[in-house]
Design a protein. Structure first.
Length: 278
């Protein structure tokens, strides 16, 4: 049976096929320049294009979470993303996820009409995040991250990599539920690239079935990331599209529920062909 997600309004969102999440960064420093949009008009235009290209969900972020980047204050993050959320919701019917680990930003985004909170710290970055999500019945994407965005790639060490990620998810799922969140509103993101070595990234993708035990939807976010460039001999983000599509198709073949990508049309077209051949 395909998994489903309970939305804020109580209705269920069914993963009858792989869902495509298009990402829009309202930031000046995200690692892939092609995803950056610094004003409302550009962001809405990108949203229109992504929806037309097949996006099911839009993920809007006001702070880059690439390794080593300085954090943005919640006030500035709110100023960046709330007008974009409001403008998109006014124009089109599409689910919006907000990429933030600040509870203040999450609350402002949810009041503006956002549907999902995508927390890269897995509810560990802000002690109030789980409570805010519960207050607004918001689905949560719980990503695996060992440290914080600025320091996560320093001194990467795991004694039992897959076991530690598994235990992390178990702990954070339990915590979310204890704080009042409905387990039917949880999604898991293994956090490829954040913080992990090259070998860790390959292993966690190869062993995604490890997390099927939780019976929750899985989001895979690998678009144009560094480990793809390393596989391809050191290619820059601009040259990692084909590698991203290869992993998207690999994930679709294995029934992963959702991918988060910069290039919606190219990934969507490849995935739909893969699904037709099953």
């Amino acid at each position: 049976m395909r998994k489903k997600l309970k939305l804020r309004n109580g209705e269920y969102y069914h993963f009858d096929n792989m869902k495509i999440m298009g990402l829009i960064n309202i930031t000046p420093n995200s690692f892939f320049a092609g995803s950056r949009r610094m004003n409302v008009e550009d962001a809405v235009e990108q949203a229109r294009k992504m929806k037309a290209d097949g996006a099911d969900i839009l993920d809007i972020g006001g702070e880059s979470t690439r390794p080593g980047v300085d954090p943005v204050a919640p006030e500035e993050e709110i100023e960046r993303i709330v007008p974009v959320i409001e403008a998109i919701k006014k124009e089109m019917d599409i689910l919006i996820s907000v990429d933030t680990y600040h509870s203040e930003t999450a609350e402002a985004a949810l009041l503006a009409g956002a549907d999902i909170i995508n927390d890269v710290t897995g509810l560990r970055g802000d002690p109030n995040m789980a409570k805010i999500c519960a207050k607004y019945d918001a689905p949560i994407i719980i990503m695996h991250m060992k440290k914080d965005p600025k320091t996560m790639q320093k001194d990467i060490h795991y004694d039992d990599f897959m076991g530690e990620v598994y235990d992390y998810f178990k702990d954070q799922i339990d915590f979310a539920i204890q704080e009042g969140n409905d387990p039917e509103r949880l999604i898991l993101d293994p956090g490829v690239g954040l913080p992990k070595s090259f070998d860790n990234n390959i292993e966690i993708i190869q062993k995604l079935e490890t997390f099927y035990d939780f019976d929750l939807p899985i989001l895979l976010a690998v678009s144009r990331k560094t480990f793809i460039g390393k596989i391809l001999g050191g290619s820059p983000p601009e040259d990692r599209l084909e590698g991203t599509i290869a992993i998207s198709c690999w994930a679709a073949e294995r029934g992963i529920e959702m991918i988060r990508v910069h290039d919606v049309k190219e990934n969507c077209n490849a995935i739909r062909v893969m699904e037709a051949l099953k």
